[in-house]
Design a protein around this ligand. Structure first.
Ligand code: XMP
Length: 497
């Protein structure tokens, strides 16, 4: 690969580089930015339609960010500074947002009375009122809907007396598009799926299916059931959390630690891979030997980045870490041998850093700071100095360490009393940037432009074809707007980042 020569020369002199030190060489191109394909993957089995992942941080990714990221084709990793149950419920919100297929619809028995059903609905706080009705053999015999409840005069009647018996059904495995066609043709608001024994194995709801079909489902990052892809962070030996997340059908978990190349993490990774059927991304590391140990232990994805983050102080406090672009290149070289995708985590400031990270070998980038000022990030808008801001803090900041066991775990400070905490991050503010889709639109198009300049039609080509040059301080100054008083910042560039 073209870039090998560049990075090997740098390594000969023990020089490690980061985003501001390099640019990609432009080259002959037959590719227009609009023609590029941005599909990639976060882990062996978890695909991305755009190679952008939101960070597992308590000021970046909860369910709102997870939903919005997946709707735009990316992925959000829900942070773990909350109880396992709370985190699992946020994963469920992502998974059921589209409600493509309800795989365990709540059924009622034909002998239950309307009073009993309404009481159950209230007690369990169900917001829906369509229930497939089954007999004692669990076979579908009818359906109860809002109309049946509204027009029922005697609530002591059994379900079988007021249910509709003419139910349009489809067979197990019916896909979303087909379900939409059947429901539209038969003017049915629900479509139960049944197996050979007539047992209910799923159900589609028209308004949800229609919402998916009418928007741009081609853009969504969904699984085979039409549900949004969800990811969540876990700690080391965090089995209760892991099991609850798996129950909610999380697609991938991320063992989220500041230093993943440890005996504890590696043993934990092996145990998860042995006992559970789930993709596991592990991080963070910044050296190829570390990436190799994780690959050998069964990682499905490796997260690279120790200290590049905008709120990180790890390199300053602990004196460790490698500038990010070199770390991505060196770890990717190893991960590629094992067929494991690398996610470049932290340190990105502008959209142009995305093609650089991918050109160096990453399959995806993880962003904290670049997404934290959006509407979908947790936290309210703060007014200060006449401008709008949102909080953004390191998971190793004093605030996060004090408030959350999850953060103390990430920074290996569980046994310490709260007074003795050693921070590896800061707390701050980011300018409010509005809705995520507008922000991601700029990032994605910056990446596409980069690919157009290099002459690459897809992510793999960018990984293979990218070639680098080192730039000097003057080169960096020249790259930014200079010798001008900026009177109007475009939406994709700000001196504030
Ligand atoms: P950006 O640059 O996108 O970085 O804001 C986000 C990434 O930074 C990592 N992270 C931390 N690193 N101390 C650190 O050294 C911290 O307190 C901290 N909090 C987050 C994390 O990998 C995240 O994705």
């Amino acid at each position: 690969m073209k870039k090998d020569d560049f990075f090997q020369k740098m390594e000969e002199f023990k020089i490690a580089l980061t985003f501001d030190d390099v640019r990609l060489k432009s080259g002959y191109s037959e590719i227009m930015p609009d023609q590029v394909d941005l599909q990639s993957k976060f882990s062996k089995n978890v695909h991305l339609k755009i190679p952008i992942v939101s960070a597992a941080m308590d000021t970046v990714t909860e369910h709102k960010m997870g939903i919005a990221m997946a709707l735009l084709g990316g992925l959000g990793v829900i942070h773990k500074n909350m109880s396992p149950r709370e985190q699992a419920s946020k994963v469920a919100k992502v998974k059921y947002y589209l409600n493509g297929l309800i795989d365990k619809p709540i059924c009622v028995n034909q002998k239950q009375t309307i009073t009993e059903i309404l009481e159950m609905r209230e007690k369990k706080e169900y917001s829906f009122s369509t229930f497939p009705v089954i007999n004692d053999k669990n076979q579908l015999v009818g359906i109860l809907s809002q109309n049946d409840f509204e027009f029922c005069r005697d609530n002591s009647a059994q379900a079988k007396e007021i249910m509709s018996k003419k139910v349009v059904i489809a067979s197990e495995g019916t896909r979303l598009e087909k379900a939409y066609e059947i429901m539209a043709k038969n003017k049915k608001k629900t479509l139960p799926l049944v197996n050979k024994n007539k047992e209910v194995v799923g159900m589609y709801v028209f308004k949800d299916v229609q919402r998916i079909m009418m928007n741009n489902p081609a853009e969504y990052n969904t699984d085979d059931n039409g549900q949004l892809i969800a990811a969540a962070a876990i700690g080391v030996n965090d089995f209760e959390r892991l099991e609850l997340l798996i129950q909610e059908k999380v697609n991938v978990v991320v063992i989220d630690t500041a230093h993943a190349d440890t005996k504890l993490v590696i043993e934990n990774l092996k145990e998860i891979k042995k006992n559970y059927n789930i993709d596991v991304v592990v991080g963070n590391v910044s050296e190829p030997e570390s990436a190799e140990r994780l690959a050998k232990a069964g990682a499905d994805g490796i997260k690279v980045g120790q200290g590049p983050g905008s709120i990180c102080t790890t390199r300053i406090i602990a004196g460790i870490g490698s500038p990010q672009v070199s770390a991505i290149y060196r770890c990717s070289q190893v991960a590629d041998k094992y067929g494991i995708p690398v996610c470049a985590d932290g340190g990105l400031r502008y959209s142009g850093d995305i093609p650089i990270a991918i050109g160096a070998g990453a399959f995806s980038v993880m962003m904290g700071g670049m997404l934290s000022g959006t509407k979908e990030a947790p936290g309210d808008i703060i007014f200060r100095d006449g401008r709008q801001w949102k909080s953004y803090r390191g998971m190793g900041s004093i605030g996060a360490l004090k408030e959350h066991k999850g953060s103390r775990e990430r920074y290996n400070q569980l046994p310490l009393s709260k007074k003795e905490l050693i921070a590896e991050g800061v707390e701050g503010l980011k300018l409010y940037k509005g809705r995520l889709n507008e922000v991601i639109f700029q990032y994605v198009n910056g990446l596409k432009r980069g690919m157009g300049y290099v002459g690459c039609s897809n992510i793999e080509e960018l990984r293979q074809k990218a070639d680098f040059i080192r730039i000097s301080g003057s080169g960096k100054t020249e790259s930014h707007p200079h010798d001008v008083l900026i009177t109007r910042e475009p939406p994709n560039y700000s001196i504030d980042g």
